[in-house]
Each structure stands twice: as structure tokens, then as C-alpha cells.
Design a protein around this ligand. Structure first.
Ligand code: B12
Ligand code: SF4
Ligand code: SF4
Length: 344
């Protein structure tokens, strides 16, 4: 192994990354066509940014022709408790595991930059670009090509060491490094994630229709959600973990080493009756440094009102009534729907 590759892998772990693998920019030959199919079928919904710059997203070599290696990093965010328990408590709001404390974008990006700086110090003249989530880069197929795991039938990367609970980040570099072998698929005949999905968001194994995914509906989708889907959202008010949590490979999951991912007490099982009354300032204060802040107060309260409508608790109807004159039309409509559903 090139000594720099071995030293880089050791340094990544010293920085706190859970796993590291390396591939070449040309190692995801199927990604572009699969992305094109996904977009052509309209499965990206309102995420218009997925359709833009598809030539870069599907082909890392086009994004940065000088790149010679793609360093893929995984960060374990394994939860301390079973994320399914709160789904049985309809008066509480379920915030997905990844969003119950600090925003992973901030944590991962800082680590990526530190590791990148280290690489430049070791090999002066090397150039790097770091990416986590928001750039036109397909992190899952790259992580699979770099040997970090495989894309499960729920489409996310499954790690043999950490199950489904890993975030991904990438460093593109001009450095010539040893490349790892791609991960191999260990789903076999299992279909637990497909069967766990409350909204039937998987048209086929390994394919998702984001328009039906509760993660998309609660985070990305603007405006009212189809009533047919609202009723299946239950008390999920930000993201969804059902397909991840169903995966048998989670038997190897361990608690996140990074304390910034451990659930904050007030976000682990918040009462819907409290959340629905948040105004803009209170929303921003509660979700400071959390990814939830990104969706803004109105969309968040919309989600809380759908959960109230699904709660079966008529006592919450009065809380919903307070939103009937809200400044936001989507919130007002959600309040009316919740009251009608609770009062039959
Ligand atoms: C858009 C997006 C979403 C969308 C769409 C989800 C999706 N699966 O594409 C929505 C909003 C729904 C979403 C939800 C979630 N997301 Co998201 N999301 C992304 C983002 C920005 C782009 C993903 C993308 O390129 N999608 C386009 C599709 C076409 O690509 P794909 O999913 O890789 O599709 C592959 C398969 O369909 C496969 N395929 C197609 N046909 C076939 C056939 C066969 C036989 C096979 C084997 C494969 C196969 O090939 C495709 C190309 O690789 C990435 C970050 C990034 N920049 O990569 C994060 C990312 C994927 N999200 C992440 C997370 C954590 C989530 C949630 C768990 C959050 C939550 N708890 O609510 C959920 C999970 C929902 C799910 N089951 O996917 C993590 C996943 C980490 C991991 N371990 O994989 C990422 C990587 C962010 C990060 N940096 O950590 N997300
Ligand atoms: S995150 Fe939830 S709604 Fe989305 S595909 Fe997975 S189980 Fe279905
Ligand atoms: S639940 Fe089963 S099918 Fe889904 S990703 Fe995990 S092993 Fe694969």
C-alpha cells in the first residue's frame, strides 16, 4: 500500500471518523443512468436541484476532472434507544435520530476539512474539495465503490460494522492513493426495510419514490401534503427512520462516539401540544444548531398539526384551533384538517 494511503486511513480514525474507503472518480459507472431514471420518473418531487447539474452529480470525473481519488468517510450516529418506541406514543412528536441534536453537516464538514488539511501537509501541492450532502455528488454509490458497505434495498449505505446509522462525507483529491475494493451486497432475500415503510415509498427494491417518503414530505416538500399520505405519517414530524431501523445489520450498531449526535432530552420525545404553539423565535431557539431549523417554523408546525390530526387525542383539538388564524395558509389548512380528523 502507498504509505500515504495507510497514514491517511490512520489519521481519519484519529480525527473521529468511523470508517474510510477510497475509490476512483470513475468507479460509479451505473450512477448517472440510475439518477437519470429517477429524475425522469419525477421521483425527486420538488427537489428541482436534483435535476440540475445532473452531469456532475452522476459523474464525479466531470465534476472535477483533475481528481484522482475520492476518499469516502463514514460517521456512526447509532442511537442509544430504539427509535420505534416513540411511534407508539401519539401525543409525542418523533424527530428522526439524525436530527435530535447537532447538525451533522457542521460536524462532518469540520472533520473533513481537518483531514484534508492534514493530507495537504503530507503531500504539498495536493488539491482537495470536501463535500457533505449538499453538493452535486452521489455519496452512497461512491461509498459503496470505496468499500464502506453496500446500498441496501432501502437505497442507503449499510455498513457491516455500524448497520444503517452512518453519515457520509467525501474528499475529492488530486492525490494518487490506493483504491479499495467495492462493497458487496449482503441483503440477500431480506425485505424488512421495504415492508416497514408506512407510505409504500419503494416501487421496487433498491429504488425509492421520494414523493411518498416521509423524510421528503416532512423536510423537503413545500405546501400541503396529500391527505392520502398524511394519515400514514403518524407522529413523524421531522424525517423518518423506519426503513433504517428495520435492518437486521443494525445488530452490529453501536452508540455514536460523537456526543453531538446523542439525543438532546428536549428533542427525544417532545409533546405535540408544546410544539404546535412555537412562534418563529421560540422555534429558532429550540432548534439552534439542529438540522430541523432548516425547514423553518411554518413547515415544522404544519408537520406537528398532521401528527395532532393522527393522534386520536381530542384534547389536542384546542391546540390546533389556536392555529386556525395563523399567518401561514398551509398551517391554517393543516389545523382545519387536524380538527376535522379529531372531531370526526
Ligand atoms: C436526495 C436525498 C434524499 C431524498 C431522496 C432519498 C434517496 N434515497 O435518494 C430524501 C429527502 C427522501 C432523503 C431521505 C433520507 N436521507 Co437523504 N440524501 C439525499 C442526497 C442529498 C442525495 C441522494 C441521491 O443522490 N439520490 C438520487 C438517487 C437516484 O440515488 P440513490 O439513492 O443512490 O439511488 C441508487 C439506487 O436507486 C440504486 N439503484 C437503482 N436501481 C437499482 C437496481 C439495483 C439492482 C441496484 C443494486 C441498485 C439500484 O442506484 C442508484 C444510484 O446509486 C444524499 C446526499 C448526497 N449528496 O448523496 C442524502 C443521503 C442519502 N441521505 C441520508 C439520510 C441519513 C437520509 C434519511 C435516513 C434521513 C431521515 N432519517 O429522515 C432518509 C432515508 C430515506 C431513504 N430510504 O432513502 C444519508 C444516507 C447515509 C447512508 N448511510 O446512506 C445521505 C448520504 C446524506 C449524508 N451525507 O449522510 N434523502
Ligand atoms: S424513511 Fe420512512 S417513509 Fe421514507 S422510505 Fe424509509 S420508511 Fe419509507
Ligand atoms: S433491511 Fe434487509 S433488505 Fe433492507 S437494507 Fe437491511 S438487509 Fe437489505
Amino acid at each position: 500500500m502507498i504509505p500515504l494511503t495507510a497514514a491517511l486511513k490512520a489519521q481519519a480514525r484519529a480525527e473521529g471518523f468511523s470508517d474510510i474507503g477510497i475509490c476512483g472518480p470513475g468507479d460509479v459507472p451505473l450512477a448517472a443512468a440510475r439518477l437519470a431514471d429517477f429524475v425522469a420518473a419525477g421521483r425527486h418531487g420538488q427537489m428541482g436541484w436534483m435535476a440540475e447539474r445532473m452531469h456532475w452529480r452522476g459523474d464525479p470525473a466531470a465534476l472535477w476532472p483533475e481528481a484522482r481519488s475520492v476518499i469516502m468517510l463514514a460517521e456512526n450516529y447509532g442511537p442509544a434507544t430504539d427509535p420505534g418506541v416513540i411511534l407508539g406514543q401519539p401525543g409525542k412528536g418523533a424527530i428522526s435520530v439524525y436530527a435530535q441534536n447537532r447538525d451533522y453537516h457542521d460536524i462532518v464538514k469540520k472533520r473533513l476539512k481537518r483531514l484534508g488539511r492534514w493530507l495537504i501537509e503530507q503531500a504539498p501541492g495536493t488539491e482537495i474539495k470536501v463535500f457533505v450532502d449538499t453538493a452535486p455528488v452521489m455519496e452512497k454509490p461512491l461509498a459503496a465503490a470505496a468499500g464502506l458497505g453496500w446500498q441496501g434495498k432501502h437505497t442507503n449505505l449499510v455498513s457491516r460494522a455500524f448497520g444503517s446509522w452512518v453519515f457520509l462525507g467525501a474528499i475529492f483529491t488530486t492525490a494518487e492513493l490506493d483504491h479499495d475494493e467495492a462493497g458487496t451486497d449482503h441483503c440477500g432475500s431480506c425485505r424488512a426495510c421495504l415492508d416497514a415503510c408506512p407510505t409504500g415509498a419503494f416501487p421496487a427494491p433498491y429504488r425509492i419514490d421520494a414523493r411518498r417518503c416521509i423524510s421528503y414530505l416532512t423536510i423537503e416538500h413545500a405546501g400541503p401534503v396529500d391527505e392520502e399520505l398524511r394519515v400514514h405519517m403518524g407522529n413523524r414530524i421531522y424525517g423518518c427512520d423506519d426503513c433504517l431501523a428495520a435492518c437486521p445489520w443494525n445488530k452490529y450498531a453501536v452508540l455514536a462516539h460523537e456526543a453531538g449526535y446523542h439525543a438532546r432530552a428536549e428533542l427525544a420525545e417532545p409533546a405535540l401540544g408544546d410544539l404546535v404553539g412555537l412562534d418563529d423565535a421560540a422555534f429558532r431557539a429550540l432548534f439552534t444548531k439542529s438540522p430541523v431549523k432548516r425547514i423553518g417554523r411554518n413547515r415544522f408546525v404544519r408537520n406537528v398539526l398532521y401528527a395532532i390530526g393522527n393522534s386520536g387525542d381530542p384534547a389536542l383539538a384546542d391546540k390546533a384551533r389556536d392555529c386556525l388564524n395563523d399567518g401561514d395558509a398551509v398551517v391554517r389548512e393543516a389545523a382545519g384538517w387536524a380538527i376535522r380528523r379529531l372531531e370526526g
